[in-house]
Design a protein. Structure first.
Lengths: 530, 400
């Protein structure tokens, strides 16, 4: 079988503090230093990974995890960094990804790289076609793909186009593709970031199963619980340096130890404290109905009604596909769906949210879950992004006052603690957490009364999460009406005053913070339709 | 203190619309190319007459490229402008010769026709959602065909002197000549341009001071103004030695200043960059993307009409084959000028420099007597290398 090496077939090397039967090192990176324009992204990082193990790497955004993996896979060619890499007993001096793939190192990136209109089988064997003399053997292609799909537990026909699959299934196709290439070391960068709980569980189960095939796995994730659940060994990076590596067999292998190492301090509480000061009703939505934009017979939001009061943080809990984002985006300038009906009231008066500008004028802001697609212009500057949704307040007769713009961007940069040396830096060069803050700043600049925050901490590290919760609290403290949509129930329970549950487009219930538990929310979230 | 310096940097770059290394690199490339041909042609490149021809021959590229860069920043393309130049040429010539209109009225009619074409193409791109490549490819055929139909295959010549002046004449020597025969007015215009620039820069500096914001160091400020002033003066000096200031130079200067302002300072310009950078995000920020798309095409329609008027005036007649490959000249200038194929990036200053690079290449190679077939080969390679240089440079900078 591809990449199936019996564990421990080479001379075992001493690994020191913890005991392993097969402490055979497959990868040893020693004193890696990589700098960009004089700034060290990695400083003397060492990493050794044992054959057949799952090795977790955790660290805040910007800690150097991705850079380290890019060094390993040859994205940054040999010679562009200092230090040595030894893989499978040989010195590895990769000049490109092709070199590392030839040795059996495969990276699956956060952003999946599949061709949407090609079939599963075509994608699996892309660049590695089952062909003779340039003529593809379709029977072999599809049959081999079927075997690989079985191995990753994906029940789809190999001829299905990728575009018809959800993100979770696409992830599995990527892994099947890796299996087709004699993989020895599989690197997964945030594999579950975009997956729902069910798909995550399946994927993690699959990764655990890799051990049995002798495939070594490096997994990078912000989700500490899942890292703990599947890793044998964990390495923590901070500011481009290795903080520690410990085995899950250690006595203290808790999440709090990881967090302590990652942020260099202990976060006693994941959620900043807050005393709610709740005022009058600000937003009321009545009988909101939305149909699917393509399948116009299908109701995506079904007769939803809800209210938010000043200074209140209201959660929207629901499984993926329950209609949370659809509800928010249809409310915000009807940016989703067709045949939308229902009424929106602000401070008791009915308002129009028919266009994005109507919504903005009425003090409503929608902070998207997908900042790269719907939120930010990554090749634009921080300042231009921040002012992007509210140029009217910075301009006269259609002419922008660039001084006012720079001053406003500076003000929000300071207020939100956005880490960038200048506000004319391109947003794409900032870390995920800072991009998220730029997005928030962009909408705070429009002076909203109602903020619809869709997955505000997605792809954001622990430290930045805490800061974003703090900002949400602060905004609620200023009397703004906050709606938080999140897939993480613990997050909603941590910050919300009241939580609505959505299932199959319907609001199935609401719970005050004191009455809400993961269990009773989950029950409401899984209530069937009518 | 460190904070102050940082802020100076911020505002300096926000103000100038972000003068960056690439702009200087491009300018450097232009200087190198000029020096190369100056050497190869034994100093003929910068003869007064040749500098004058450089402007008159390439006016159409600059006009079209200014419209094209906006289209390209927004993520579109316009292939129809060359054909449009021919059709507008036919219309303006017909208006003067067959319909007996005074030439200023004919120019207005031609510009309106350009706007109408822009409305037509903008409608299909913005409101029907047909890719601009297809709409303007259709336009390319359509307007060329109409140009031939309007001219019934022939040509219209003998256009009045007033009209021809727009593209091929100079401002009269109202102020007489210096002892060595140089035109006083041209030198004066050069000095006014320098004064205008210095006053504008000083006012901007004054504004910064009034707000208590940090400014660029005085020495650098003086150096920058002195350097640009010297270039403008040398240019005016060269032109004054030929026939004086071409009318078209005034038109080009106004266009460049106006469109730089539009792209850097107006909400409309900002929306174009926002759409090109991320169209979805722009929509979600309340940018009326359809409306912006529509006006971008109306704008290039009018500018293409202007280019048509200028070319027809310079040729003193309309011919249905006019403007062939003009769209490609404009697109090349925009991409040499640093615009990104994916949209979201591009500037007027770079585009004009790109147009000048192409123009100097044409001029220099012609003076050297290089065969026109080889000229095309060289220009093609320059375009490819310029963009390749840009792409690899950006990759090295880690923008990926």
């Amino acid at each position: 079988m591809a990449g199936c090496n019996p564990p421990g077939h080479r001379t075992p090397k001493s690994q020191g503090e913890w005991e392993l039967k097969d402490n055979d090192v497959i990868l040893r990176m020693t004193d890696i230093t990589k700098s960009f324009g004089g700034v060290n992204a990695l400083t003397d990082v060492s990493l050794s990974v044992n054959r057949g193990q799952v090795h977790g790497i955790v660290g805040e955004n910007g800690a150097g995890k991705s850079t380290l993996m890019n060094v390993l896979s040859g994205v940054w060619p040999h010679g562009s960094f200092e230090g040595t890499i030894e893989f499978d007993g040989k010195t590895a001096d990769y000049r490109s990804i092709n070199d590392s793939e030839r040795d059996g190192i495969v990276i699956i990136h956060q952003e999946l790289a599949l061709s949407p209109h090609l079939s599963i089988a075509e994608n699996i064997f892309l660049g590695n076609e089952r062909a003779s003399h340039g003529i593809i053997d379709w029977n072999e292609t599809n049959e081999d793909a079927r075997v690989l799909l079985e191995r990753v537990g994906l029940m789809e026909a190999p001829t299905t186009p990728i575009i018809q699959l959800g993100v979770g299934k696409q992830q599995l196709v990527e892994i099947a593709k890796a299996f087709s290439k004699e993989v020895k070391l599989l690197i997964l960068d945030e594999p579950t970031a975009a997956l729902n709980d069910e798909d995550s569980a399946h994927l993690l189960g699959l990764i655990s199963g890799l051990r049995d095939h002798g495939i070594t796995c490096i997994i990078i994730s912000h989700k500490l619980a899942e890292i703990r659940a599947i890793s044998d060994t964990i390495t923590v990076l901070r500011d481009g340096k290795t903080v520690e590596t410990f085995s899950m067999k250690d006595k203290d292998n808790s999440e709090s130890r990881m967090i302590r190492s990652m942020v260099g301090r202990s976060l006693d509480n994941l959620y900043p404290p807050r005393t709610p000061k709740i005022g009058d009703e600000v937003l009321r939505v009545e009988n909101w109905n939305v149909y699917h934009p393509v399948d116009t017979q299908r109701k995506v939001v079904d007769d939803a009604s809800f209210t938010v009061r000043a200074g209140e943080i209201v959660g929207m809990a629901g499984l993926m596909g329950a209609g949370r984002t659809e509800l928010a985006m249809s409310l915000f300038g009807r940016r989703y769906g067709t045949k939308i009906s229902g009424r929106v009231f602000k401070n008791g008066d009915e308002v129009s949210t028919r266009t994005v500008n109507d919504a903005i004028d009425n003090g409503i802001a929608y902070i998207t879950e997908d900042r790269k697609r719907f939120g930010l212009n990554l090749i634009g500057t921080v300042a231009a992004n921040i002012s992007g949704a509210g140029l009217s307040s910075l301009s006269k007769w259609g002419v922008i006052d660039l001084h006012d713009e720079a001053a406003e961007a500076e003000r929000l940069r300071t207020a939100l603690n956005i880490k960038t040396d200048t506000v004319v830096k391109l947003v794409g060069k900032l870390s995920g957490g800072n991009q998220q803050k730029v997005l928030l700043a962009k909408w705070l600049h429009t002076l909203p009364d109602v903020l619809l925050l869709d997955e505000p901490t997605r792809g954001v590290d622990v430290g930045a999460k805490y800061e974003i919760y703090g900002l949400i609290n602060e905004l609620a403290g200023e009397g703004k009406a906050m709606v938080v949509i999140s897939s993480e129930l613990s997050e909603l329970l941590g910050i919300c005053d009241r939580i609505y549950t959505i299932s199959e487009g319907r609001i199935t219930g609401q719970r005050d913070r004191k009455d809400a538990t993961q269990e009773n929310l989950m029950e409401l979230m899984t209530l069937g339709g009518k | 203190m460190a904070e102050m310096v940082k802020k100076a940097n911020v505002l300096g770059r926000v103000r100038g619309g972000g003068v960056n290394v690439r702009d200087y690199g491009l300018l450097g490339a232009l200087v190198v190319i000029v020096m190369f041909f100056q050497f190869m042609t034994h100093g003929k490149l910068l003869y007064s007459g040749n500098v004058n021809n450089l402007i008159m021959q390439n006016a159409y590229v600059v006009i079209l490229a200014v419209g094209m860069v906006m289209v390209i920043i927004a993520g579109h393309i316009d292939l129809s402008v060359g054909s449009l130049v021919a059709m507008i040429g036919a219309i303006v010539a017909l208006a003067i010769k067959d319909w007996g209109m005074p030439w200023p009225l004919a120019i207005v009619i031609a510009l309106l026709a350009g706007a109408l074409v822009g409305i037509w193409q903008g409608f299909w791109v913005a409101y029907v959602g047909i890719p601009a490549f297809i709409v303007t490819l259709a336009g390319m055929l359509l307007f060329r065909g109409l140009a031939i139909i309007f001219l019934t295959g022939g040509t219209i010549g003998g256009l009045p002197e007033g009209f021809v002046a727009v593209g091929a004449r100079w401002m009269p020597a109202w102020l007489g000549h210096f002892a060595d025969g140089r035109d006083v007015l041209t030198i004066l215009i050069g000095l006014i341009a320098i004064a205008g620039m210095v006053v504008a820069q000083m006012r901007a500096r004054g504004k910064l001071k009034a707000r208590g914001l940090p400014r660029t160091p005085l020495a650098l400020f003086i150096f920058k103004n002195a350097a640009i002033g010297a270039i403008i003066f040398y240019f005016a000096y060269l032109l004054s030695g030929y026939r004086g200031t071409p009318y078209i130079l005034i038109v080009l200067s106004v266009l460049v200043v106006a469109y730089t302002f539009v792209l850097n300072r107006t909400v409309f310009g900002r929306h174009i960059y926002a759409m090109g950078g991320n169209r979805f995000a722009a929509v979600m920020s309340g940018v009326k993307t359809k409306k912006v798309d529509f006006y971008i095409f109306v704008n290039i329609g009018v500018l293409a009409a202007l280019a048509g008027i200028v070319s027809t005036a310079r040729a003193a007649g309309a011919v249905s084959s006019a403007g062939t490959f003009y769209e490609l000249d404009a697109i090349a200038a925009v991409f040499i000028g640093g615009a990104a194929v994916q949209g979201g990036v591009g500037r007027i200053s770079g585009t004009v420099t790109g147009a000048l690079i192409m123009g100097v290449l044409n001029q220099g190679l012609s003076i050297m007597g290089v065969d026109s077939a080889w000229q095309q080969v060289i220009k093609g390679l320059v375009l490819l290398l310029a963009v390749a240089f840009d792409v690899t440079n950006r990759r090295r900078a880690g923008d990926r």
